[in-house]
Design a protein around this ligand. Structure first.
Ligand SMILES: O=P(O)(O)OC[C@H]1O[C@H](O[C@H]2O[C@H](CO)[C@@H](O)[C@H](O)[C@H]2O)[C@H](O)[C@@H](O)[C@@H]1O
Length: 384
């Protein structure tokens, strides 16, 4: 790996690489001379670390996470468009051998959770496994139309069985009702709006609680009128751009550009920025071909995970083993919490190398299902 880096360093410059979140792990290493980057590269030669104690493959400073709203107009928009391109695999400019080297390094540092299944089970011994599952890109494949992101019946059956074995929560950027309508399993915990709307399980007819009573946490309630106002403004602003779609996720909003012609991406960035600059109490981040807008409160998927663990009675327990599976940048907050707590671990769903705090990887929802099925099977063997 080091010789690969040294070789590439002599051949590459930052200019011939378009930074993408898909390959920025290895590319950043390849174009950087900074000691911290190099330390990271050397660390990449080590064998996989035990679950939950893995090192972070790169510092988070390279991750363009929160987009700055204010600043010099043109330059700022260019930075936004670069970041939008960065989430598109079609922009990866790489040779096949560089891509192969990136992938080997990635798998070395973030092995497949399927390949490491036995080790994962070993690490969880004597502890209560608690499952946290992101929705889009984790339980359902990414599709063009967000309203058509259905999960398969097979996946639903698997999640249902999983929830019989372990406490299970869905943690999504979607509004809670919408994600519930996709998953349709009353026995789960749901944390919608990036964790800002948490509700416990309804056990069908056995549950006598009203919807209001079973809501556990809504830390951003005061922002509802503002979110609605911004939603209206964004719908109005973006209506002239074919393919742009604004989604109201109750405590947060999504502006999708997956179906917008790339030549118009800067237009969408301008539209979003022009609305957002009037709302300093809202934060703008970027996901998979989507701008995500939410209140600037200190609450995210990581806080939701901690809140749920507490609600389940595992606040200060050492014998709990949380497993969080997710595919997007907002899931990193949860991966980081697990890493900081030294409990359980995160699994990133991705086919390509990404900067992450997760310890393991799975390539796609199909692999997520295989992993969940193995957990269920293992649990059944334990019981018998
Ligand atoms: O936290 P998640 O459950 O992963 O939600 C994150 C966003 O997911 C959805 O958008 C993504 O999936 C869409 C359907 O596959 C896709 O069209 C879009 O490009 C992706 O960004 C959802 O629509 C957003 O509201 C969520 O914020």
């Amino acid at each position: 790996m080091v010789s690969f880096i040294e070789e590439k360093q002599s051949k590459m410059t930052a200019q011939n690489v378009v930074m993408t979140d898909a390959i920025n792990v290895a590319i950043t290493v390849a174009v950087s001379n900074s000691p911290s980057m190099f330390t990271t590269t050397i660390a990449a030669q080590k064998p996989p670390v035990p679950p939950g104690t893995g090192f972070v493959s790169l510092s988070t400073k390279n991750l363009l996470k929160n987009l700055e709203i204010n600043g010099v107009g043109g330059a700022r928009i260019n930075a936004w468009v670069e970041s939008m391109r960065a989430s598109s695999p079609t922009h990866i400019k790489s040779t096949p051998s560089l891509a192969a080297d990136c992938h080997s390094s990635w798998i070395l540092n973030h092995p497949s959770a399927l390949d490491m299944f036995e080790q994962i089970i070993e690490a969880s011994k004597g502890k209560q496994i608690v499952m946290f599952l992101d929705y889009d890109g984790t339980l359902s494949p990414i599709v063009d139309d967000p309203d058509q992101a259905f999960m398969s019946n097979k996946m639903r059956k698997t999640v249902k069985k999983l929830a019989k074995c372990f406490p299970t929560a869905i943690v999504s950027g979607r509004c809670r009702d919408k994600v519930y309508n996709f998953v349709k399993l009353a026995e789960l915990y749901y944390a919608g709006s990036h964790g800002m709307d948490i509700k416990g399980p309804e056990t069908g007819s056995q549950n006598k609680k009203s919807d209001h009573e079973s809501i556990l946490c809504q830390p951003a309630s005061e922002f509802l009128p503002m979110i609605d106002e911004v939603y209206q403004k964004l719908v109005e602003k973006t209506k002239s751009t074919p393919g742009a779609k604004v989604e109201n996720n109750k405590f947060c909003l999504s502006v999708h550009y997956r179906c917008v012609d790339e030549k118009k991406w800067s237009e969408v960035a301008q539209q979003v920025r022009s609305v957002m600059k009037e709302y300093p109490k809202l934060l703008l981040t970027q996901g998979r071909k989507v701008f995500e807008i939410r209140p600037t409160i200190k609450w995210d998927k990581g806080k939701a995970l901690e809140f749920l663990l507490e609600s389940l009675g595992f606040a200060n327990c050492t014998d709990v083993f949380p497993v969080y599976i997710g595919d997007d940048r907002t899931d990193e907050d949860a991966f980081k919490i697990l890493r900081d707590r030294g409990q359980g671990f995160g699994i990133l769903v991705s086919k390509s190398p990404k900067e992450t705090n997760a310890s393991y990887s799975l390539e796609e929802p199909k692999e997520v299902r295989s992993f969940l099925r193995r957990l269920v099977k293992w649990k059944h063997i334990q019981k018998n």
